[in-house]
Design a protein around this ligand. Structure first.
Ligand code: GLN
Length: 489
């Protein structure tokens, strides 16, 4: 028998627990999300909630931004009160309750369900990820490869969920679809509970538990957050001249953009962060910016790219008519095919190129995918692009995703100040939240622009940032490893 430390594809057995948990959690997350918009906007007679399209889209976007924004609460609870392992457990229970609530054919239960899923995901998602990092020592070269395997689990769940949930919806309606998501989350919980003893104590205790002396600080923190949210709402109301759904979307965008700034600020100021950690944190800022731009492009799969599939793409593939939703699967299928290659590649290259260069490459690919789409759409003129254009766009993005996303998760666990383990992981997901927020503002500001101008403009700006990232990569790398040398000295 291989030793426990190498028993799961050469990785610690605890990775199997986290792999299975996150596979099924993502199954439930993306399964539910695949039919959420249709559910919200379908007529009440058809079993939907009867929202108009614009409002339905806004609710879905706000939901996406909130899920990743709520990671902050999950990270904080794990760091200061209950530890990562229990956060994942409680988050899982809340998510499962949310899906069960969504399974009840009643509008109030449905909204309650959406809120519960968002809250529970905020508790679970950053912490299950940071626990993967806990399985490896600082200098273990398997860290990136371990995250690549973990990432493959995420995408196996994401690939199959829309298919199974879609079939359940065909047969039994929306609530039957949500029930399938609930079953998936129950399996995730089962995996986690059954495999918890394999985790080797990862996430058992909060790294920076609250003391009585901290209490006034916590009260100040809660007050500051509440005031910040009210100010964002006030500004949004002024900008939109009233209280509409747009006001809420705008307020959420402001909060999503302010949250990472505030989180960085708190970490930099904390006396619990050592000088060495502060230096690493400085190196994390450019990584964060690159990740935010990457996710801004990447997450448009659900919005502008979905629209491009529906409105500007030939949907006949080898004589078969396909649904525009088909293109969503291209990314997940490519991840599953390419993740093992990348996991092998990073170990093979002995963890070179350094993280900062991988980020620059990842962002370059994202930029190129939009520039390619801009070119293709210019060529198509008033006609439609052939189906393979979007397939190529998604494959290019996926190569970028594999350079940046699993590597980013790994880098986050490595660069996190010890007292802010969970919150540093939340910061990583705030890049996705902020990227979504930028998109929410951009699509409103550029409505009417041609696809060529829109995708070309974003692609060009992202490429400039990618080049800058290549330029400062040596500085980032120096700051990341500086600390490690001090440890050895
Ligand atoms: N698709 C990945 C997941 O669900 C990445 C999400 C993200 O960080 N934006 O975990």
């Amino acid at each position: 028998r291989p030793p426990r430390d190498r028993a799961f594809f050469g990785h610690p057995l605890g990775l199997m627990t986290l792999f299975g948990t996150e596979l099924w959690e993502r199954f439930s997350y993306y399964g539910m999300r695949a039919i959420l918009l249709y559910f919200l906007t379908d007529t009440i007679a058809n079993g939907g909630l009867g929202l108009d399209d614009a409002l339905g889209n806004a609710v879905v976007a706000a939901y996406g931004a909130s899920v990743y924004l709520l990671s902050v609460i999950g990270g904080w609870l794990a760091d200061r009160m209950i530890g990562a392992r229990r956060s994942v457990l409680y988050g899982g229970v809340v998510i499962a309750a949310g899906h069960v609530s969504l399974s009840v054919p009643n509008a109030s239960f449905s909204y309650l369900g959406i809120v519960l899923v968002a809250l529970g995901t905020g508790l679970l998602k950053p912490n299950v990820s940071s626990m993967v990092g806990d399985l490896y020592s600082r200098d273990d070269v398997r860290r990136d490869s371990g995250f690549s395997i973990f990432y493959m689990g995420i995408n196996i769940g994401s690939l199959f969920a829309p298919i199974l949930v879609g079939i359940a919806r065909e047969i039994g309606g929306y609530h039957a679809g949500f029930a399938v998501a609930a079953v998936g989350m129950a399996i995730a919980l089962g995996f986690f509970v059954a495999g918890r003893h394999l985790l080797g104590g990862a996430g058992d205790v909060p790294p920076n538990p609250l003391t009585a002396a901290d209490r006034p600080g916590v009260v100040r923190l809660v007050l500051a957050v509440a005031i910040g949210c009210l100010v964002a709402l006030g500004i949004a109301a002024l900008v939109s001249g009233g209280f509409t759904t747009t006001t809420l979307i705008d307020a959420l965008s402001y909060i999503a953009l302010a949250a990472p700034v505030a989180t960085f600020w708190v970490m930099f100021r904390s006396p619990k962060v050592t000088d060495r950690e502060r230096s690493r944190l400085r190196a994390y800022i450019p990584l964060f910016v690159a990740a935010m731009l990457f996710w801004m492009i990447f997450e448009q799969a659900a919005s502008t790219l979905s629209a491009y599939a529906r409105d500007n793409t030939e949907l006949t593939i080898f004589g078969f008519e396909v649904s525009p939703a088909f293109f969503q699967s291209v990314n997940r299928a490519s991840i599953i095919l390419l993740a093992p290659v990348f996991a092998w590649l990073w170990v093979r290259l002995d963890d070179r190129p350094p993280t900062a260069v991988k980020f620059a490459i990842g962002l370059s690919f994202a930029a190129l995918s939009f520039l390619f789409l801009a070119g293709a759409s210019a060529l198509a003129g008033d006609g439609k692009s052939p189906w393979w254009v979007l397939v190529v766009v998604y494959v290019i993005q996926t190569i970028g995703e594999l350079c940046l996303s699993p590597v980013g998760l790994a880098a986050t666990t490595l660069l996190a100040p010890r007292a802010f383990k969970g919150q540093a992981m939340a910061l990583w997901f705030l890049a996705t939240s902020a990227g979504n927020a930028i998109t929410a503002q951009l699509v409103q500001a550029t409505s009417g622009a041609s696809p060529t101008a829109y995708f070309g403009g974003i692609g060009a700006v992202a490429l400039v940032f990618a080049i800058a990232m290549f330029a400062i990569a040596p500085w980032v790398t120096r700051h990341i490893y500086e600390g490690t040398e001090v440890v050895g000295a």
